[in-house]
Design a binder for this molecule. Structure first.
Ligand SMILES: [Fe+2]
Length: 406
């Protein structure tokens, strides 16, 4: 809901059915240039004017932006190599009530719904916030500023959205959409604004990191850097979305990820598996070199909220998957026929979202986590503040046990 006298945020409709393709994302970006003047009506929903992308001026702009951003090397991968002050392993600390963490994915849309999710995250007074990646449409400088950093883009007239920072810090993973502009804005504009607050504002140095205490290790993996190939060739040889050599070296030699008895929570942009969508099991197979016990794994990329039972692909680490890619994009309701019926789903949020655009969608939201000693509690909160699913886990000598589910 937009307060009277303020400019609105972007409409969900503008991002509806956005293809996971760089060229289509650049094209769809050209369609809408500012807030609509008329409200949608139940009997007269807005039509999506994709044809507008093909007017001469927009087609020219599309070609200019696509060629300028897509051709050239990816931004250099930032690492912790040679930095004696920053290893990418940070302390997980809170207060007497526990450690509060707010996580969501695919939030960087600039929509009214993203704004509301950010408000709910702020209300939870988090110590840490973590974005699982994707700034739309293509994660370039202007979009990172308006859809993540809260800087108004005068060319569109939309109100900007700012990622809520926790009292201890904020972090962001790298999604495929940031890579559609070769990761330049992610590394150059976003990371310097993130990181721990009490570390002299050094920024988040790399796209992978770990937050840890004596009971838990929250390990954020970068599956986005390997999500982009060369234009045209990427359609014939799709990237694997695996972990880079540099990241694997950090996991092995610096993080020393292993079976040390602490609970392991993995975060990534891409889903390991899904009942409804594509699988990206490469990172899970790489991680299986270090871990032989099940983990909790939160991911985005897929725009819904889903809870899975323990599952794993051949050769991959076993994981209790949690899809929380419902931060800001239009939330897809599950199809009647799942793509992978063997994938053991425990819960998926199918509650309808009554919206002013008259779209048949699900509810946006985030996961609110509280870590206290060996207990790890998660509440899946929607943009209205209602809780869709609650669970609590305990770690004992490396063994994860769920003690609460509702
Ligand atoms: Fe994505």
């Amino acid at each position: 809901m937009v307060a009277p006298g303020t400019t609105p945020h972007r409409d969900l409709r503008d991002l509806l059915k956005l293809p996971r393709s760089p060229i289509a994302s650049y094209l769809q970006k050209q369609v809408t240039r500012g807030p609509r003047r008329q409200k949608a009506q139940a009997d007269k929903p807005w039509r999506f004017p994709l044809i507008q992308a093909f007017t001469p001026d927009r087609l020219w702009n599309f070609a200019y932006e696509y060629l300028r951003n897509r051709f050239g090397p990816r931004h250099a991968l930032a690492t912790y190599s040679g930095d004696q002050f920053d290893t990418g392993i940070y302390p997980l600390v809170g207060d007497e009530g526990g450690i509060r963490i707010a996580i969501c994915g695919d939030w960087g849309t600039g929509t009214d719904e993203a704004y509301q999710v950010a408000q709910r995250m702020k209300e939870s007074d988090p110590h840490y916030t973590i974005h699982l990646g994707d700034i739309y449409y293509v994660g370039d400088d202007v979009e990172v500023k308006s859809n993540f950093l809260g800087v108004r883009d005068d060319n569109t007239g939309y109100s900007p959205c700012q990622w809520p920072c926790g009292s201890k810090g904020a972090f962001a993973l790298l999604g495929n959409h940031e890579m559609y502009a070769r990761g330049n804005a992610y590394f150059e504009l976003m990371l310097p604004t993130l990181g721990l607050k009490d570390e002299g504002k050094r920024g988040q140095k790399a796209s992978f990191f770990c937050l840890e205490n004596e009971c838990w290790r929250i390990v954020a993996l970068d599956t986005g850097y390997d999500s982009l190939g060369w234009p045209i060739f990427e359609y014939f040889f799709p990237p694997k979305c695996g972990l880079t050599v540099e990241q694997l070296s950090w996991i092995k030699n610096v993080l020393k990820l292993g079976d040390d008895g602490r609970g392991v929570i993995l975060l990534s942009h891409h889903q390991y598996y899904s009942r409804f969508d594509d699988w990206y099991p490469t990172a899970a197979r790489q991680i299986s070199e270090f871990l032989s016990r099940p983990v909790l794994w939160f991911w985005g990329h897929e725009h819904r909220m889903a809870i899975y039972e323990e599952f794993g692909a051949d050769g991959g680490v076993r994981a209790f998957g949690r899809c929380v890619g419902h931060g800001g994009m239009p939330v897809e309701l599950p199809p009647a026929e799942p793509l992978h019926p063997d994938c053991p789903l425990e819960f998926v949020d199918v509650r309808p979202y009554e919206n002013t655009e008259y779209l048949k969608l699900g509810l946006n939201g985030f996961v609110r986590i509280n870590v206290k000693g060996p207990r790890f509690a998660a509440e899946y909160v929607d943009l209205r503040g209602s809780i869709a699913f609650t669970e609590s886990w305990e770690i004992k000598e490396g063994h994860l046990t769920r003690v609460v589910r509702s």
